[in-house]
Design a protein around this ligand. Structure first.
Ligand SMILES: [Zn+2]
Length: 416
């Protein structure tokens, strides 16, 4: 079996890996590069049959998890190419496609399930559920020609599913030839000892913020970050506030298919329809969507009256609308995303608006990616013959932290 990384060997995101055995091929992830400029048209990696479906030796595309830097080019993959992804992940992307320009409404040929195996030509694919900021995320064990490649996808050990990472360490797949491992936290300036907050730390910090805030708490996080939705909901329960989500978040939460994820009909959950979502529902005549949340909706009058008892999922596009409703007196923003976004032009704009209204901003965030010390535990547990870096801006530094590292370049074929 041989493999080549098309993109991801020298950057975070945009992952695309091609594996070949007995003349047949499989693609792992077709990610959108996060380094691409806004509006840039990114072409598919040069995998035969991916764009036109004209090569029967291409058996399919396996998507590790529903983040754009792993599935974002899927819309350019020919409709005849089979796609495999988690079932909840697929439903989440389908809902996202209704509400935004992201997402995919394409019917997969099969679903990934934790520690479940399926055969595709000469390949045997086994999925391992990951703790990650994307829901229904997997690592993938690919077997072919008697060789074994373990691709981590994106993972961490400090989220709400930390137990699943520990289970992988306790019951690792054996005889791994190559561990293709993400290294988001391996950076130019890493010394290996860095650790950041865990999802539990974020929950505690959100409780503190809720208690310290007189008015409304505006929580800014990606609705697809289901771990964070649970974290913020739990902080609401602990501080006696109601969580106000929007229609998109309600749809994503329902798409998980899990009854442990906060739903519109739950106690202490309410649904607000921002103007943009209301317009979309009308444009698409999708009134079943509003009908489904009707008993749980909250309207401006209550937002004003009960502002000190609410945590609202907030996005910058709602700024003017909220200002007009006049529910922001004594408010505070919890920024629960990568702090780097605050330095983008849109982040600057948001900060200027908050400053004008005198709304303070606190950062309560946990990374979606494993810290180096956790990756070291992973490497010890899996004991692979070789470690190949991916999803890192500092792949050249892997050998300072892990044994038996072999650096590969984008586009280069190598034996597994
Ligand atoms: Zn990623």
């Amino acid at each position: 079996m041989q493999a080549r990384i098309h993109r991801g060997a020298a950057e975070v995101g945009g992952n695309c890996i091609e594996v070949e055995a007995g003349g047949e091929r499989l693609v792992l992830d077709v990610g959108w590069p996060i380094t691409a400029a806004e509006g840039e048209d990114v072409v598919l990696p040069g995998v035969a049959g991916l764009a036109d479906g004209h090569d029967p030796s291409l058996l399919g595309v396996v998507i590790s998890h529903p983040h754009p830097d792993h599935y974002g080019l899927l819309s350019k993959v020919d409709a005849s190419v089979p796609v495999y992804i988690g079932e909840s992940a697929s439903r989440i992307l389908c809902e996202a496609a209704f509400f935004s320009s992201f997402g995919i409404s394409r019917r997969p040929s099969g679903y990934l399930r934790h520690r479940t195996t399926f055969d595709l030509g000469p390949f045997r694919v086994t999925s391992f559920l990951n703790d990650h900021s994307a829901f229904d995320a997997y690592s993938l064990l690919i077997e072919g020609d008697g060789r074994r490649l373990f691709y981590t996808g994106d993972m961490r050990a400090h989220g709400r599913k930390a137990g699943i990472f520990e289970e992988l360490l306790r019951r690792p797949p054996e005889n791994i030839d190559v561990l293709l491992m993400e290294g988001t936290h391996i950076r130019e300036d890493s010394d290996g000892s860095e650790r950041g907050p865990s999802e539990r730390d974020v929950e505690d910090a959100c409780v503190d913020t809720c208690k310290e805030t007189e008015g409304m708490v505006l929580a800014m996080f990606s609705p697809q970050n289901i771990d964070r939705l649970v974290t913020v909901y739990r902080a609401c329960l602990r501080s006696g506030r109601d969580l106000v989500i929007d229609l998109y978040t309600a749809a994503i939460a329902a798409a998980t298919g899990r009854d442990t994820i906060p739903r519109a009909e739950w106690d202490r959950v309410r649904v607000y329809l921002p103007r943009s979502q209301r317009a979309r529902v009308i444009r698409e005549q999708a009134f079943d969507r509003t009908e489904a949340v009707k008993p749980h909706r909250i309207y401006p009058k209550e937002l004003v009256a009960r502002r000190g008892e609410l945590v609202m999922l907030f996005r910058a596009s709602m700024s003017r609308e909220m200002e007009k409703i006049a529910c922001l007196e004594g408010a505070r923003v919890i920024w629960s995303m990568w702090p780097g976004y605050l330095r983008d032009p849109s982040g600057e704009q948001l900060r200027a608006w908050l400053e004008r209204l005198g709304i303070p901003i606190v950062i309560n965030h946990a990374s979606g990616h494993a810290f180096i010390s956790d990756l070291q535990r992973l490497v010890r547990a899996l004991a692979p013959n070789r470690v190949v870096p991916i999803h890192s801006f500092a792949g050249d530094r892997f050998e300072e932290f892990f044994p038996r590292v072999e650096r590969r370049r984008d586009g280069q074929w190598w034996e597994v």
